[in-house]
Design a protein around this ligand. Structure first.
Ligand code: 4AD
Ligand code: MG
Length: 445
């Protein structure tokens, strides 16, 4: 048996015999000729069959359907008449690995022609029902290449700076963020919870003297939200590091990390992203603009007449988040905005607080959507215990509070949503950007 060649490679092997394998991306059959477009993860190539000289292939061609999987052995030929790369394969053999039944979804809209009416694209929910078929499109495959590059760049960035990668448990004994949106699961004869973040264990790693750690892993939120940016299970990119002097150190690390990542993603995929998604990857300038929440509300009111009730101003409303993008673009020509000065009681109990009653932390907003919450953490046992109790957390977080009783360095960190990052980079909704979306009404496929 011949070795398989990726199509991207085969395109360069003029006059050589190759074995290529993939999905039938397009199939046109006419009286004398058949034209197939074969697609693998790297590229597409045309297979041209002159039926007269290949009577032995007619039976196979008669069975072929779009999206079937085939193996083709043939000779790579240059041919300027072929639109696709000016290259085609003259087949020696075509073997069907798997026949595709007529597809249950329409992945792309087909515009009307003189003879045929337009075909509408299936809705995102219909497409998620058959996600594996939907993921075969060029756009979706590019999305995963881009996401892989994103996460890999961030991982490399941290590894170069001495961070260690940890893998913390997702079955835990207490809610880590808030009791309201935690999934409770049966754990033998008692209850357990699905981790809402690796928060407790990131901090345990600080008390363990690991100094700088990160984790990329699943995060669960029992939120009944139906928006284009909420899901019940997502991938978190979390980090934590010791001996910070303030949460500004955390912000600096994050802006450097994201800038480095976007620079690399633009270099490798910028053109393809623009072609397939119509979006420009913008490498941000440093430092990212920062605004105090109180000042932001004043600005939004002054410039856009956006007003909210005083009681809501300790936190950021969804509209403020969206409007802040307009503001940061107009004032700074920037896509990112750090917001500080959140009211402590609106934030998690483990954030360190200043004497004005503000959390010593921040949110990072990109293109009008929160992608990160970060903070310096309260590492002093007595204060932390009091803050937990104020939020009604006592006995259940005792195991966590114990991390701070036997020596713990000052530290801080952040949690970044990978799905939101991908979604914002490519201008998609979260349902489009996830491998498989999970929401209140969806547990399959
Ligand atoms: O802002 P969150 O809740 O912060 C934490 O989990 C803290 N432990 C972080 C820290 O270290 N202080 O979540 C972090 C990020 C959000 O900014 C957002 O990008 C993403 O996770 N996220 C969600 N993404 C999709 N769907 C949801 N329901 C999300 N909830 C949070
Ligand atoms: Mg947050």
């Amino acid at each position: 048996m011949m070795k398989r060649t990726y199509i991207a490679e085969a395109l360069k092997l003029t006059d050589q015999q190759v074995l290529v394998q993939g999905f039938v991306d397009n199939f046109r059959d006419s009286k004398n000729m058949a034209f197939l477009v074969l697609k693998d993860i790297t590229e597409k190539i045309q297979i041209t069959v002159d039926k007269g000289s290949h009577p032995e292939l007619l039976d196979t061609l008669g069975q072929l359907t779009n999206d079937s999987v085939i193996s083709v052995i043939g000779i790579v030929k240059q041919n300027d008449y072929v639109k696709l790369h000016g290259v085609e394969i003259e087949p020696v053999s075509i073997h069907i690995e798997s026949i595709a039944a007529p597809l249950p979804i329409q992945r792309k809209e087909v515009p009307a022609t003189k003879k045929k009416a337009a075909v509408e694209r299936s809705s995102i929910d219909q497409r998620i029902d058959y996600r594996w078929i939907d993921l075969r499109t060029d756009e979706n495959q590019l999305m995963f290449k881009v996401q892989t590059e994103m996460v890999n760049c961030m991982r490399q960035f941290l590894l170069h700076r001495g961070f260690l990668e940890i893998h913390s448990p997702k079955l835990i004994g207490a809610a880590s963020e808030s009791g309201a949106d935690v999934f409770k699961v049966q754990y033998f004869d008692r209850d357990a919870y699905l981790a809402q973040s690796p928060q407790f264990y990131k901090q345990m790693a600080m008390a363990s003297g690991l100094e700088r750690i990160f984790e990329v892993g699943p995060v669960f939120r029992a939120e009944k939200s139906f928006t284009n940016r909420h899901t019940t299970e997502f991938t978190g990119f979390d980090l934590e590091f010791s001996y910070i002097q303030s949460f500004a150190d955390v912000m600096h690390l994050e802006e450097d990390l994201l800038t480095d990542m976007l620079e690399k993603v633009k270099l490798k995929y910028g053109d393809q992203i623009e072609e397939k998604f119509g979006v420009q990857v913008v490498v941000p300038s440093l430092p990212f603009p920062t605004v105090d929440l109180h000042d932001l509300y004043q600005e939004l009111e002054r410039r856009y007449h956006y007003t909210v009730d005083e009681s809501e101003k300790g936190d950021m409303t969804t509209e403020a988040e969206q409007l802040s993008y307009r503001w940061v673009q107009e004032v700074y020509g920037h896509e990112f905005l750090f917001v500080t000065g959140f009211q402590a009681d609106k934030r998690a109990f483990y954030h360190m607080r200043d004497d004005k009653g503000h959390s010593m932390g921040y949110d990072l907003i990109w293109r009008g959507v929160e992608i990160t919450t970060g903070a310096q953490r309260e590492h002093r046992y007595d204060i932390l215990k009091r803050q937990a109790e104020e939020k009604g957390l006592g006995e259940d977080v005792k195991f966590y509070l114990d991390f701070f009783q036997y020596g713990c360095p000052p530290h801080g960190g952040f949690g970044l949503g990978i799905d939101r990052l991908t979604m914002l980079l490519l201008d998609l909704t979260i349902k489009d950007a996830m491998f498989i979306f999970r929401g209140p009404n969806r547990l399959t496929p």
